[in-house]
Ligand binder design. Structure first.
Ligand SMILES: [Zn+2]
Length: 181
């Protein structure tokens, strides 16, 4: 359920069979989220929110409704750009260097630029559309190299280095950006 709150904007209410009391947190979109016991009525959920308003204001970094909407819009835009670009760039670089992957998946995690799973699925973060092309290619080459080395061993880095001579600089520069939208 969503509570439309004048101060906090859209508040996400998650009814949870295991919850014994109310817990507040921040969702990835910056919205306030509350987890409540399963049989909590909407009326009661709103009361919990009101009772805790002061604490939330002081302790939780809730994005205001305008920021929430701006973030939604940015995410939509990045997703569109990413869909039109990342799967093709991955395919191109894989062909160029002779890699075979199974599937490309787009993600929007807050912490990782990409990953490679043992079933040869490569996941790429839509946030890559915000970083310079050289860094974007570095992440793709990094994940492709994981197809051959599922670790960060010397052999792994040697392989990354074969396709991206500046991988150390790229890895460092990437830290200046945040994968989250
Ligand atoms: Zn890695």
């Amino acid at each position: 359920m969503i509570i439309d709150d004048a101060e906090f904007g859209e508040v996400i209410v998650r009814k949870n069979a295991l919850a014994r009391n109310v817990k507040f947190s921040i969702s990835t979109s910056g919205r306030l989220a509350m987890s409540v016991p399963k049989y909590t009525s909407d009326f009661l959920a709103k009361r919990f929110l009101n009772v805790n308003r002061k604490m939330i204001r002081e302790k939780l970094p809730v994005k205001n409704p305008d920021e929430q909407r701006a973030r939604d819009y940015q995410k939509k835009l990045l997703t569109k750009k990413a869909k039109e670009y990342l799967p093709y760039r991955l395919e191109y670089l894989a062909k160029l260097y002779g890699y075979n992957y199974e599937k490309c998946r787009l993600t929007h995690a807050n912490t990782r630029w990409g990953s490679c799973s043992s079933n040869r699925t490569i996941s790429l973060n839509i946030g890559l559309m915000k970083v310079p092309e050289a860094l974007r290619d570095y992440v793709i080459l990094h994940e492709l190299a994981h197809l051959n080395h599922m670790d960060h061993s010397k052999a792994f880095w040697a392989e990354v280095g074969e396709h991206d001579r500046n991988y150390k600089t790229h890895e460092k520069k990437l830290k200046m950006f945040n994968p989250g939208v």
